[in-house]
Design a protein around this ligand. Structure first.
Ligand SMILES: Nc1ncnc2c1ncn2[C@@H]1O[C@H](COP(=O)(O)OP(=O)(O)OP(=O)(O)O)[C@@H](O)[C@H]1O
Ligand SMILES: [Mg+2]
Length: 292
Protein backbone atom coordinates (compact mmCIF):
# COMPACT_ATOMS: atom_id res chain seq x y z
CA UNK A 1 0.00 0.00 0.00
CA UNK A 2 1.46 3.34 -0.96
CA UNK A 3 1.84 6.03 1.66
CA UNK A 4 -0.08 9.22 0.94
CA UNK A 5 2.31 12.06 0.17
CA UNK A 6 1.17 14.23 3.05
CA UNK A 7 1.75 11.34 5.48
CA UNK A 8 5.40 10.80 4.58
CA UNK A 9 7.85 11.48 7.38
CA UNK A 10 10.51 14.14 6.89
CA UNK A 11 13.79 12.76 5.61
CA UNK A 12 15.46 16.05 6.59
CA UNK A 13 14.45 19.00 8.72
CA UNK A 14 15.89 22.11 10.32
CA UNK A 15 14.15 23.60 13.35
CA UNK A 16 14.65 27.14 14.63
CA UNK A 17 17.99 27.53 12.83
CA UNK A 18 19.88 30.73 13.63
CA UNK A 19 23.30 31.72 12.27
CA UNK A 20 25.29 34.88 13.05
CA UNK A 21 28.38 35.90 11.12
CA UNK A 22 30.14 38.39 13.37
CA UNK A 23 26.92 40.13 14.28
CA UNK A 24 25.24 39.70 10.89
CA UNK A 25 22.05 37.67 11.37
CA UNK A 26 22.27 35.38 8.33
CA UNK A 27 19.44 33.13 9.59
CA UNK A 28 16.91 33.83 12.33
CA UNK A 29 14.82 30.95 13.71
CA UNK A 30 14.26 29.30 10.32
CA UNK A 31 12.26 26.06 10.00
CA UNK A 32 12.41 23.81 6.94
CA UNK A 33 10.98 20.35 6.34
CA UNK A 34 11.81 17.95 3.50
CA UNK A 35 9.42 14.96 3.25
CA UNK A 36 10.87 11.64 2.05
CA UNK A 37 11.19 11.63 -1.73
CA UNK A 38 10.02 15.25 -2.16
CA UNK A 39 11.44 18.07 -4.24
CA UNK A 40 11.56 21.18 -2.08
CA UNK A 41 12.46 24.61 -3.43
CA UNK A 42 14.29 27.32 -1.53
CA UNK A 43 14.14 30.83 -3.04
CA UNK A 44 14.93 34.40 -2.03
CA UNK A 45 17.05 37.36 -3.10
CA UNK A 46 20.84 37.55 -2.97
CA UNK A 47 22.08 37.35 0.59
CA UNK A 48 18.77 35.95 1.92
CA UNK A 49 20.58 33.05 3.60
CA UNK A 50 19.83 30.19 1.18
CA UNK A 51 23.39 28.86 0.92
CA UNK A 52 23.87 29.35 4.66
CA UNK A 53 20.79 27.21 5.34
CA UNK A 54 22.07 24.45 3.03
CA UNK A 55 25.40 24.69 4.87
CA UNK A 56 23.72 24.20 8.25
CA UNK A 57 21.77 21.20 6.95
CA UNK A 58 24.92 19.62 5.47
CA UNK A 59 27.11 20.42 8.49
CA UNK A 60 29.42 22.82 6.62
CA UNK A 61 28.15 25.86 8.56
CA UNK A 62 27.80 25.86 12.34
CA UNK A 63 24.51 27.22 13.64
CA UNK A 64 24.36 29.12 16.91
CA UNK A 65 20.91 27.71 17.49
CA UNK A 66 18.64 25.01 16.09
CA UNK A 67 18.36 21.30 15.41
CA UNK A 68 18.96 19.37 12.18
CA UNK A 69 17.33 15.94 11.84
CA UNK A 70 18.21 13.44 9.14
CA UNK A 71 16.08 10.31 8.86
CA UNK A 72 14.48 11.25 12.17
CA UNK A 73 17.82 11.40 14.05
CA UNK A 74 19.39 14.54 15.49
CA UNK A 75 22.58 15.08 13.45
CA UNK A 76 23.25 18.65 14.60
CA UNK A 77 26.61 17.67 16.11
CA UNK A 78 27.77 15.49 13.20
CA UNK A 79 30.48 16.46 10.70
CA UNK A 80 29.56 16.73 6.99
CA UNK A 81 31.20 13.35 6.20
CA UNK A 82 29.14 11.60 8.85
CA UNK A 83 25.97 13.11 7.37
CA UNK A 84 27.03 11.91 3.90
CA UNK A 85 27.30 8.38 5.28
CA UNK A 86 23.74 8.74 6.56
CA UNK A 87 22.43 9.62 3.12
CA UNK A 88 22.83 13.40 2.80
CA UNK A 89 24.72 14.71 -0.24
CA UNK A 90 25.14 18.26 -1.51
CA UNK A 91 26.54 20.41 -4.29
CA UNK A 92 28.05 23.86 -3.84
CA UNK A 93 27.24 27.21 -5.43
CA UNK A 94 30.91 27.31 -6.47
CA UNK A 95 31.72 23.68 -7.35
CA UNK A 96 34.35 22.12 -5.09
CA UNK A 97 36.22 19.50 -7.06
CA UNK A 98 39.82 18.24 -7.08
CA UNK A 99 41.47 19.94 -10.07
CA UNK A 100 43.88 17.06 -10.81
CA UNK A 101 41.34 14.22 -10.54
CA UNK A 102 39.46 13.20 -13.65
CA UNK A 103 35.67 13.14 -13.78
CA UNK A 104 35.72 9.32 -13.59
CA UNK A 105 38.01 9.41 -10.57
CA UNK A 106 35.64 11.80 -8.78
CA UNK A 107 32.83 9.29 -9.25
CA UNK A 108 34.84 6.33 -8.00
CA UNK A 109 35.89 8.10 -4.81
CA UNK A 110 32.62 7.65 -2.86
CA UNK A 111 32.59 3.93 -3.62
CA UNK A 112 36.24 3.53 -2.60
CA UNK A 113 35.52 5.35 0.64
CA UNK A 114 32.53 3.06 1.14
CA UNK A 115 34.88 0.07 1.43
CA UNK A 116 35.36 1.21 5.02
CA UNK A 117 32.87 -0.97 6.86
CA UNK A 118 29.98 0.90 8.41
CA UNK A 119 26.31 0.15 8.93
CA UNK A 120 25.16 2.94 6.67
CA UNK A 121 27.20 1.62 3.77
CA UNK A 122 26.38 -2.06 4.20
CA UNK A 123 22.61 -1.53 4.02
CA UNK A 124 21.34 -2.98 0.74
CA UNK A 125 19.66 -0.49 -1.59
CA UNK A 126 18.05 -2.78 -4.09
CA UNK A 127 16.26 -1.29 -7.05
CA UNK A 128 17.86 2.10 -6.73
CA UNK A 129 19.79 4.19 -9.22
CA UNK A 130 23.08 2.56 -8.34
CA UNK A 131 23.21 -1.07 -7.39
CA UNK A 132 25.74 -2.31 -4.90
CA UNK A 133 26.22 -5.54 -6.76
CA UNK A 134 27.19 -4.07 -10.12
CA UNK A 135 30.90 -3.65 -10.86
CA UNK A 136 32.32 -0.22 -10.11
CA UNK A 137 33.06 0.55 -13.75
CA UNK A 138 29.50 -0.20 -14.83
CA UNK A 139 28.08 1.95 -12.05
CA UNK A 140 30.30 4.88 -12.97
CA UNK A 141 29.53 4.49 -16.69
CA UNK A 142 25.79 4.67 -15.92
CA UNK A 143 26.29 7.83 -13.91
CA UNK A 144 28.43 9.44 -16.62
CA UNK A 145 25.77 8.65 -19.22
CA UNK A 146 22.90 9.94 -17.09
CA UNK A 147 24.52 13.38 -16.93
CA UNK A 148 26.03 13.44 -20.44
CA UNK A 149 29.58 13.35 -19.12
CA UNK A 150 30.96 10.44 -21.18
CA UNK A 151 33.05 12.69 -23.45
CA UNK A 152 34.89 14.24 -20.51
CA UNK A 153 35.20 11.10 -18.37
CA UNK A 154 39.00 11.21 -18.46
CA UNK A 155 39.40 14.99 -18.33
CA UNK A 156 40.80 16.52 -15.13
CA UNK A 157 38.12 18.58 -13.34
CA UNK A 158 40.40 21.64 -13.40
CA UNK A 159 40.14 21.75 -17.20
CA UNK A 160 36.31 21.74 -17.33
CA UNK A 161 34.02 24.74 -17.93
CA UNK A 162 31.80 25.79 -15.00
CA UNK A 163 28.64 24.20 -16.38
CA UNK A 164 30.23 20.77 -16.58
CA UNK A 165 31.76 21.04 -13.11
CA UNK A 166 28.21 21.50 -11.76
CA UNK A 167 27.15 18.28 -13.46
CA UNK A 168 30.20 16.43 -12.07
CA UNK A 169 29.31 17.61 -8.56
CA UNK A 170 25.78 16.29 -9.00
CA UNK A 171 27.08 12.96 -10.33
CA UNK A 172 29.45 12.72 -7.36
CA UNK A 173 26.57 13.43 -4.99
CA UNK A 174 24.51 10.63 -6.57
CA UNK A 175 27.51 8.28 -6.29
CA UNK A 176 27.23 8.48 -2.50
CA UNK A 177 23.84 6.70 -2.68
CA UNK A 178 21.96 9.52 -0.99
CA UNK A 179 18.38 9.70 0.23
CA UNK A 180 18.46 13.49 -0.11
CA UNK A 181 20.61 15.90 -2.17
CA UNK A 182 20.98 19.63 -1.47
CA UNK A 183 21.57 21.51 -4.74
CA UNK A 184 22.84 25.11 -4.60
CA UNK A 185 21.91 26.79 -7.91
CA UNK A 186 22.58 23.72 -10.06
CA UNK A 187 21.34 25.37 -13.28
CA UNK A 188 23.57 28.40 -13.01
CA UNK A 189 26.17 28.50 -15.81
CA UNK A 190 24.60 25.64 -17.80
CA UNK A 191 23.82 26.05 -21.48
CA UNK A 192 20.22 25.28 -22.60
CA UNK A 193 21.05 21.69 -23.65
CA UNK A 194 22.78 21.01 -20.33
CA UNK A 195 19.83 22.57 -18.46
CA UNK A 196 17.32 20.32 -20.23
CA UNK A 197 19.42 17.25 -19.47
CA UNK A 198 19.75 18.30 -15.84
CA UNK A 199 16.00 18.87 -15.49
CA UNK A 200 15.31 15.37 -16.82
CA UNK A 201 18.00 13.84 -14.61
CA UNK A 202 16.70 15.55 -11.47
CA UNK A 203 13.14 14.44 -12.23
CA UNK A 204 14.33 10.86 -12.79
CA UNK A 205 16.46 10.79 -9.63
CA UNK A 206 13.42 11.97 -7.72
CA UNK A 207 10.73 9.83 -9.34
CA UNK A 208 12.54 6.61 -10.21
CA UNK A 209 15.00 6.56 -7.34
CA UNK A 210 12.94 8.36 -4.70
CA UNK A 211 15.81 10.70 -3.83
CA UNK A 212 14.57 13.87 -2.12
CA UNK A 213 15.97 17.13 -3.52
CA UNK A 214 16.35 20.57 -1.99
CA UNK A 215 16.69 23.02 -4.86
CA UNK A 216 18.11 26.52 -4.41
CA UNK A 217 17.55 28.33 -7.67
CA UNK A 218 17.21 31.90 -8.89
CA UNK A 219 14.89 30.90 -11.74
CA UNK A 220 11.69 30.67 -9.70
CA UNK A 221 9.72 29.19 -12.60
CA UNK A 222 12.07 26.18 -12.60
CA UNK A 223 11.59 25.87 -8.84
CA UNK A 224 7.79 26.13 -9.03
CA UNK A 225 7.66 23.60 -11.87
CA UNK A 226 9.74 21.00 -10.05
CA UNK A 227 8.90 21.53 -6.38
CA UNK A 228 5.96 20.29 -4.36
CA UNK A 229 6.79 22.71 -1.55
CA UNK A 230 8.63 26.04 -1.65
CA UNK A 231 10.27 27.99 1.18
CA UNK A 232 10.92 31.72 0.74
CA UNK A 233 13.75 33.35 2.68
CA UNK A 234 14.39 37.08 2.94
CA UNK A 235 17.00 38.77 5.12
CA UNK A 236 17.55 35.50 6.99
CA UNK A 237 13.88 35.01 7.84
CA UNK A 238 11.36 32.55 6.47
CA UNK A 239 8.65 34.78 5.00
CA UNK A 240 6.51 32.14 3.29
CA UNK A 241 6.22 28.37 2.86
CA UNK A 242 3.77 26.16 1.00
CA UNK A 243 2.89 24.81 -2.41
CA UNK A 244 3.16 27.27 -5.31
CA UNK A 245 -0.36 26.44 -6.48
CA UNK A 246 -2.18 26.60 -3.16
CA UNK A 247 -0.37 29.45 -1.47
CA UNK A 248 -0.47 32.78 -3.30
CA UNK A 249 1.88 34.24 -0.71
CA UNK A 250 4.55 31.73 -1.70
CA UNK A 251 4.18 32.54 -5.36
CA UNK A 252 4.17 36.25 -4.61
CA UNK A 253 7.26 35.90 -2.42
CA UNK A 254 9.11 33.98 -5.09
CA UNK A 255 8.00 36.30 -7.83
CA UNK A 256 8.94 39.66 -6.39
CA UNK A 257 11.60 39.85 -9.04
CA UNK A 258 9.08 39.24 -11.81
CA UNK A 259 6.28 41.43 -10.51
CA UNK A 260 8.69 44.17 -9.57
CA UNK A 261 6.08 45.65 -7.27
CA UNK A 262 5.75 46.24 -3.57
CA UNK A 263 2.28 44.73 -3.71
CA UNK A 264 3.77 41.23 -3.80
CA UNK A 265 6.00 42.03 -0.86
CA UNK A 266 3.02 43.39 1.08
CA UNK A 267 1.03 40.26 0.33
CA UNK A 268 3.77 38.03 1.72
CA UNK A 269 4.67 40.28 4.64
CA UNK A 270 1.02 40.91 5.49
CA UNK A 271 0.53 37.22 6.13
CA UNK A 272 3.78 36.69 7.97
CA UNK A 273 4.07 39.47 10.49
CA UNK A 274 4.44 43.21 10.38
CA UNK A 275 5.58 44.77 7.12
CA UNK A 276 9.21 45.83 7.05
CA UNK A 277 10.75 48.34 4.71
CA UNK A 278 11.32 46.91 1.26
CA UNK A 279 14.73 48.48 1.07
CA UNK A 280 17.22 48.75 3.88
CA UNK A 281 20.05 50.89 2.64
CA UNK A 282 22.53 50.57 -0.22
CA UNK A 283 23.34 46.86 0.24
CA UNK A 284 19.67 45.93 0.16
CA UNK A 285 19.09 48.05 -2.92
CA UNK A 286 21.98 46.35 -4.66
CA UNK A 287 20.80 42.89 -3.65
CA UNK A 288 17.24 43.57 -4.80
CA UNK A 289 18.54 44.86 -8.11
CA UNK A 290 20.60 41.74 -8.61
CA UNK A 291 17.56 39.57 -7.96
CA UNK A 292 15.36 41.31 -10.50
N1 LIG B 1 31.25 32.87 5.86
C1 LIG B 1 30.60 34.04 5.96
N2 LIG B 1 31.09 35.04 6.73
C2 LIG B 1 30.42 36.20 6.85
N3 LIG B 1 29.24 36.48 6.26
C3 LIG B 1 28.72 35.52 5.48
C4 LIG B 1 29.36 34.27 5.29
N4 LIG B 1 28.60 33.52 4.45
C5 LIG B 1 27.53 34.27 4.14
N5 LIG B 1 27.60 35.47 4.74
C6 LIG B 1 26.59 36.53 4.68
O1 LIG B 1 25.35 35.96 5.14
C7 LIG B 1 24.28 36.43 4.35
C8 LIG B 1 23.59 35.24 3.69
O2 LIG B 1 24.45 34.73 2.70
P1 LIG B 1 24.09 33.47 1.78
O3 LIG B 1 25.29 33.18 0.98
O4 LIG B 1 23.55 32.39 2.63
O5 LIG B 1 22.92 34.06 0.88
P2 LIG B 1 22.23 33.44 -0.42
O6 LIG B 1 20.76 33.53 -0.20
O7 LIG B 1 22.81 32.11 -0.71
O8 LIG B 1 22.66 34.49 -1.53
P3 LIG B 1 23.00 34.26 -3.12
O9 LIG B 1 21.66 34.19 -3.82
O10 LIG B 1 23.74 35.50 -3.50
O11 LIG B 1 23.82 33.03 -3.26
C9 LIG B 1 24.86 37.42 3.36
O12 LIG B 1 24.70 38.73 3.90
C10 LIG B 1 26.31 37.03 3.26
O13 LIG B 1 27.12 38.13 2.92
MG1 LIG C 1 23.87 31.32 -2.26
Amino acid sequence: MSVRREERPDILSGTQISVNFRGLKALQGVDIQVPEGAIVGLVGPNGAGKSTLLGVLSGDVRAQQGVVRLGGKDVSGLAPEARVRRGLARTFQLPQLFDELTVREHLTLPRRLAQVPSRAWSDPLTGRFLHRDVPEEQEVDALLASLGLEQVADTPAGALPLGLTRLVEIARAVATHPTVILLDEPFSGLNPAESRLLSRTLASLNQAEDIALVLVEHDVEVVFDLSERVFVLDFGELIAAGTPAERPAVRAGGQQRHLGSQRAVREVRGRHGPARGLLRGPAAVRDRAAWS
